[in-house]
Design a binder for this molecule. Structure first.
Ligand code: ASP
Length: 311
């Protein structure tokens, strides 16, 4: 039987009381998502189907910063970004700063499969989702009590200081969900979806929606989904870099991921994390943060669900 492999992540960053308190819920959400994607692959389904299904579950789960439970921007609004890529033909789709779309990953997939474009943004993207009858939700659906509290804290801090605050001063509040897959036909795929960084400027576009940065897949090398502080991932072209290190330098997946995060970017003080899979079904999670929510499973590896670094 050909090998299959699947992994999801639910964001990398600092630990928090909220994460500690909701550890079980996070683990349950990760397990459900990885099992849903894996079940599709087991039945012979495509890597793209598995990615969309798992990410939809994470977007619908209020604990993760994507879809319901997204971070709020400076105006207390939710603007979401997502992308998906098929390693078979490099076909890709992305949607940026969309509002009210319940599952931005499904919109990204529709852009990939039904348009001549790769990337739709803002009002045009949301209108396209409506036209395709992709489920929409009213604003309050996306705003959770937790995210509103975070927003209020950030707003209060900014008011107290009377000036614009850098995101680090606000305590690095961000998060994302993502998935990578290898299906029975040997096809790789990746997808990523986010509510972005907390208290960002309206109109900020997250790296998670950028092909080659948040998401990349190529059957010859690997599929990658990244998480962390998007502005830094953009500077380091993270997801494509992993593929390039494998293709141009002949590195293994594990070596490429370790090299990028811990050697090439070791001077980078920002949060960076990623999950990746190669055509042999090797699964990697690499991060420089206190925690990265993740779960993985393959023909060779039983289910792993983790939040903190390996011991
Ligand atoms: N990369 C996401 C962003 O910058 C956030 C994250 O992954 O934590 O919007």
């Amino acid at each position: 039987m050909s090998k299959i492999a699947f992994a999801v992540h639910g964001g990398a960053g600092p630990d928090s009381e909220y994460i500690k308190k909701n550890k079980k819920e996070y683990e349950k959400g990760l397990e459900e998502a990885v099992n849903a994607g894996y079940a599709i692959l087991e039945k012979g389904g495509s890597a793209i189907d598995a990615i969309e299904e798992a990410i939809k579950l994470l977007e619908d789960n209020q604990h993760f910063n994507a879809g319901k439970g997204s971070a709020l921007n400076e105006r207390a609004e939710v603007e979401m970004c997502a992308s998906i890529m098929d390693g078979y033909d490099l076909n890709s789709g992305a949607a940026a700063i969309v509002r009210n779309v319940r599952n931005p990953i499904s919109l990204a997939r529709a852009v990939m499969e039904k348009t001549q474009h790769v990337y739709l943004g803002s009002i045009g993207a949301s209108e396209y989702a409506k036209m395709l009858n992709i489920p929409m939700e009213p604003d309050p659906y996306f705003i959770t009590e937790y995210q509103f509290e975070q927003y209020e804290k950030a707003r209060k801090k900014e008011n107290d200081n009377g000036q614009e605050l850098a995101i680090e001063q606000l305590g690095k509040k961000h998060g994302t969900v993502g998935a990578v897959a290898l299906d029975k036909r040997g096809n790789l795929a990746a997808g990523t979806s986010t509510g972005g960084t907390e208290f960002s400027k309206p109109g900020r576009i997250a790296d998670s929606s950028m092909i080659g940065i948040g998401t990349y897949a190529n059957n010859n090398t690997c599929a990658v989904s990244t998480t962390g502080e998007g502005e830094f991932h953009i500077q380091h072209v993270t997801a494509f870099h992993i593929s390039a290190l494998m293709e141009y330098k002949g590195m293994s997946l594990q070596k490429a991921c370790h090299y990028l995060i811990h050697e090439k970017c070791k001077h980078v003080t920002a949060d960076m994390g990623l999950i990746a899979v190669d055509p042999k079904g090797n699964l990697i999670a690499e991060f420089n943060t206190e925690r990265m929510h993740r779960a993985m499973r393959s023909s060779d590896q039983k289910l792993i669900v983790k939040i903190y670094p390996d011991q």
